[in-house]
Design a protein around this ligand. Sequence first.
Ligand code: HEC
Length: 164
Amino acid sequence: MSAAAKIRICLATIGALLLVIVAMGYKFFVAGSTLKGEDGRVALVLEPGERALMLGEMREFVAGLQRIAEALSRDDMPGVAQASRALGTAKTHDVPAAMMGKLPVGFKILAMGTHRAFDTIAADAEANGTAKHALEQLASVLKNCVACHASYQVTTASTASAQR
Ligand code: HEC
């Protein structure tokens, strides 16, 4: 085989490998693992344990909102900060990498934005922010809850295949 042919084969192999890497990166960071849900929303296809983890975090959101509302009603800004911080970005470290790869990019952006907003509420409450300011921030972050629930639902692989 000539040197030129060897180089061509080598370049073709590198090209094919790059394509595989780009395709895997797209699947992992952008597309995730989804189906079209029956009600028109995008259904995230997760393992039962991953679904349970996600729904458990959602219930923590509600419990946290309850604590924030109660602290706000007492003008207890350190209490607002503490309850908000518990819903902040530190929470996202609990999500395993394999599960991250199944979440579409739009979902991840909304999720991160929501956790970050709670960090901001906590920081502002600590920096002598008023209860009214925190309430405005809360009204705004609640829009993320509404928007995400309007777009996504979660199912498991076995439920999804049983429906097919
Ligand atoms: C990035 C997307 C996203 C955001 C942001 C989000 N959720 Fe969810 N939430 C979901 C999905 C997906 C489900 C599953 C819905 C389904 O399958 O019908 C869910 C389910 C829930 C449930 C049901 C839990 C259960 O045990 O069944 C509650 C409660 C909930 N979310 C509360 C909240 C609250 C409160 C917020 C805002 C602070 C919020 N969520 C923000 C995606 C999100």
